[in-house]
Ligand binder design. Structure first.
Ligand code: AMP
Length: 536
């Protein structure tokens, strides 16, 4: 019998990437070339023009910020013109540009790189590490994505995997993978809540685990709440303390800010283990030709005070997600922690208080997603395969002429699924019917993400159209035409010009209204945006 091709599970994170493989039915993380269990999701172009990935790329970030790409996960699969990209693009140290297909892309050394290509460099590096460690070719992968990723973002991650040389067997939702790592083959009958507080985002999912059937009951989160917000609170505190003492405003110096950002994160992590730290940055600035040192003590108690409202926000989101599906808090049997920020003692303490039981120990927050993805990969095609019943995190529908959104598939619908409806008629005298498909929570398309346009002849008016979501939560559209059912590819994923103009006009109108309404609109906008990526 031919040997089974080797498959790995990959957690392609905002901050770090983790790879795992299964041997003798036991999943294990693959160590990197430096012996670490995680690899920074960072890609850079050195001064000599060498492509750097992982630790070496991260190490040179302070001195080469414009050619160091981090946080690609925030941008991959998003349209350059989308509201989110337009809002956050000024907050990266590198340049974000429009890619050839209208997607967000980055400028690296004067060339444009689409985000799937950037992420493929990280994945290809992970592939090499796995091949070295496992001693042979690794061709297949299961790659995890956030539950809230839309169709576009999932497709983009799949493309990144293919570019890296993988046969991507499955895209799996991160909380589902974490649940698998916890419950696979344990014969459980439990409701579990996956609390995922990572570098930039917070996600919560509730799953029912019955044997090896993992059913997602509800999911939700905040794409702009994570570790970086905790770091920013420390940065603000240190900046104010330093300014009080020295009258020097460090916020104007990019290099000082980058150093402070690193030091703030390190202090935060140290305060997980020890009760007091001192943030020390020698020669942070010059005053009257003399170097000035920064030295600010910080205690865990102070950190808790500075960040308590952020932790509280995570629980408000948990409650909302539970309420939406009418799930009682008391029916949660276990809370599983994912994401580095969930290690913070205040988070763990408040989980105990909120859910009436401590978070589950023994599930590693940095590793469980990769381990679960590896377990899923190993079980694909086997007799005792797991059954995943995942849920759609945001509704899908199409644009109505008045800029509103007609929902076709509801949030939290269990996938895979097919929803059918009748095609509306064409616009006046048009030879084609065009449906602009969007995904998002808002009833206004301007706030949602454009997925693509379905184009069919006008004669198809009134015919049946199916929206099918497969187990990877990828959308297929099938139209019942005279010649029989036809798959309609959302080929032109670039937003059509007319739609681009309409969306831009609507955004402009809203900004004008907002500017008129707020006395200091800029200040509000800036403080809101600063949260997103820190200050760099
Ligand atoms: P992730 O995206 O899951 O890799 O999470 C990264 C985030 O977790 C970053 O904001 C880190 O600063 C944060 N983090 C990692 N370890 C700790 C720790 N021990 N205590 C608090 N935060 C941590």
């Amino acid at each position: 019998m031919a040997e089974k091709p080797r498959i790995v599970g990959i957690d392609l994170g905002t901050t770090n990437t983790c790879v795992a493989s299964v041997r003798n039915r036991i999943p294990k993380v693959v160590p990197t070339d430096r012996g670490n269990l995680i690899l920074p999701s960072v890609v850079a172009l050195s001064a000599k023009g060498d492509l750097l990935v992982g630790n070496v790329a991260k190490d040179q970030m302070v001195v080469n910020p414009t050619n160091t790409i981090y946080g690609a996960k925030r941008l991959i699969g998003r349209q350059y013109n989308s509201r989110i990209v337009q809002e956050i693009k000024g907050y990266f140290t590198y340049e974000i540009v429009e890619g050839p297909k209208g997607d967000a892309a980055v400028n690296l050394g004067g060339s444009t790189y689409p985000l799937p290509q950037v992420s493929s460099f990280v994945l290809a590096h992970a592939k090499r590490i796995a091949e070295q460690f496992l001693g042979g070719a690794v061709e297949q992968a299961v790659i995890s994505v956030p539950a809230y990723y839309n169709d576009h973002q999932r497709q983009a991650v799949k493309e990144a995997g293919l570019l890296a040389g993988f046969d991507v067997k499955r895209i799996v939702n991160e909380p589902t993978a974490a649940a698998l790592a916890y419950g696979f083959n344990r014969g459980l009958d439990q409701n579990i809540l996956v609390y995922d507080l990572g570098g930039g985002t917070f996600d919560v999912s509730v799953l029912q685990v019955t044997g090896n059937v993992f059913e997602v009951l509800a999911t939700g989160g905040d794409t702009f709440l994570g570790g970086v917000d905790f770091d920013n609170r420390i940065i603000d505190y240190v900046l104010a303390a330093f300014q009080r003492e020295t009258k020097v405003d460090l916020s104007q110096s990019p290099i000082a800010m980058q150093r402070l950002k690193n030091a703030a994160e390190a202090a935060k992590i140290d305060l997980t283990l020890i009760p007091n730290v001192v943030i020390e940055l020698p020669f942070i600035e010059e005053r009257k030709g003399k170097p000035v040192d920064l030295r600010v003590p910080l205690s865990r108690e102070q950190l808790n005070e500075l960040t308590r409202d952020l932790v509280d926000r995570t629980f408000a989101i948990c409650d909302r997600v539970l309420e939406e599906k009418g799930i009682e808090r008391s029916t949660i049997d276990e809370v599983i922690l994912v994401g580095g920020q969930s290690r913070m003692p205040l988070v763990q303490q408040e989980i105990g208080r909120h859910f009436g039981k401590p978070a589950r120990k023994g599930v590693h927050p940095d590793e469980c997603v990769a381990l679960g993805a590896a377990l899923l990969g190993d079980s694909l095609g086997t007799i005792d395969a797991v059954t995943l019943l995942d849920a759609l995190s945001m509704p899908i529908g199409f644009a109505l002429p008045n800029g509103r959104f007609r929902k076709i598939i509801d949030k939290n619908s269990i996938i895979p699924l097919t929803t059918s409806f009748r095609l509306p008629g064409p616009k006046e005298h048009s030879p084609t019917i065009e449906l602009d498909i969007f995904q998002g929570d808002s009833e206004f398309i301007v706030d949602d993400e454009y997925l693509g346009t379905v184009k069919v002849p006008a004669s198809a008016a009134g015919r049946r159209i199916d929206f099918r979501l497969n187990e990877e939560c990828l959308l297929e559209v099938v139209v019942d035409l005279d010649a029989g059912p036809r798959h309609v590819a959302l080929a032109t994923r670039d937003t059509p010009d007319t739609l681009k103009r309409a969306l831009a006009d609507e955004r402009q109108r809203r900004m004008t209204v907002a500017a008129a309404a707020a006395e200091e609109p800029r200040a509000g906008l800036m403080s809101g945006l600063r949260r997103i990526f820190g200050r760099n």
